[in-house]
Design a binder for this molecule. Sequence first.
Ligand code: SF4
Length: 524
Amino acid sequence: MCGYAGRILRVDLTHGTITKEPTPAEVVRDYLGGRGLGAYLLWTEVPQGADPLGPDNKLFISTGPLSGTLFPGAGKMDFATKSPLTGGYAGASMGGMLTAELKYAGYDAIILEGISPKPVYLYIDDDTVELRDAEAYWGMGSFALEKKLKDELGEEFQIATIGPAGENLVKYACINHDFGRQAGRGGVGTVMGVKKVKAIAVRGSGGIPIADVAGFTRVAKEAYRACKEADGFDAWTRYGTMIVTSWCDENGALPTRNFQSGSFEQGPSIYASVFRQTIVVTDKGCFGCPTPCGKYSHSEKHDIYVEGPEYETNGMLGSDLGIGDIEDIARANQLCDELGVDTISTGGAIAWAMECYEKGVLDREQTGGLDLRFGNAEAVFTLIERIAHREGWLGNLLAEGVKRAAAEVGQGSEKWAVHVKGMEQSAYDTHDATSMLLAYMTADVGAHHNRAWAITYDIAVGRDRVTLEKVAKVIELQHIRPLMDCLGCCRLQWVELGMSLDYYAPVWTTRGKTCCTSPSGCGI
Ligand code: SF4
């Protein structure tokens, strides 16, 4: 296949200029696209020592060669930047519809560089690309702005936004899209915020050049059929990632009260079956997904709609905070999404503060009057708002992430700040899961599960020791999993439904065939 739109958009926010550059053929040949392209651009374009919040840092938004095609789950894009949270590499994946729309508009990637003197949003309608005034949108929540822009521009525009947390430079602010999809980790929304880019709106009417349409379609159809006929298809599409909650609880991997335990006495009340029966309204998937894991939910108790919670959010805003009411977790999820903070890091930061409070390291004056005991959902809702707005001493402190917060508070609280490289650990307890612990410790971005989800291997082979086989398994996973992020497609069809890896190679290695319609004429 070719699979590339052939152009990259470079947006100089300092000077307000926009240029269209050819996608470099040799780079996408060697690095594919998506995460590979973003990491390459970050490495080559951002100078050593750059301040993550300074004008030298850039935000790279990249699609892969499969993004927007008929291949199962081809709705992923990647965000790369120097992380304000860790000071190192931030790479965040996001699903939804934006990646396909960007390719149809004729762009493989967007580079945001410099800092705009005033709030703007990036408007892309095929060849028309403009920076538009966003002063009136500054301060708006993510869902509210996405709806407003769709109302103003048209339903067919695909929109990515930041919430108030990105504007306020909360170090783990996220980028939101499609009313519930996020590029969550590492502060990619913080970098968008410091650049004063409130939103990106894209509409495209073109297609994607494919070198061998018949061959590509045949393999894609076979892969779809494999997903639909997989044993786990019915359960996966009914429950999504929430299906993991009971498994983690039973296996001692469900983070509970700031990872003090791996099982939660109220666990069954937040299992997937309860979730499905009580609050799920409908299923929701990314572009081209045969196995939609997104669950759109309604909480009567809080009178809110939200996509989720998915498993990570359930763990980090639920059991890890001692909360056993699925509607309370949905409310915390909705607040994080609307305000624009990563649910994993937010949960990790609040859980640390709760442990500090219960151990007497933080008092009620320092919490701004909040009774921050584990399980106090109302206090959690208030604290999420305070973090997003950097309100009060504790809100401002937690907005810096758990590593900086613990360094400031001291008194031994560093011991219960659960992070790697400054990134809060995602929702797998690793006291008794050494492969997963190794995966977190060696992940390029910090303690993020998507680099190597090795916990099933711990369960399979024994949990207490680190063996050479476990090291080899983590390395193997760290080599396979980036492939999907580079290609621009979801890995869950492979991870959860066992779709064979053999489907991937034929759709992007049709070497020798060139696509005569490619604007780049790259010949890949
Ligand atoms: S499985 Fe979930 S994350 Fe993956 S493409 Fe489908 S809806 Fe998106």
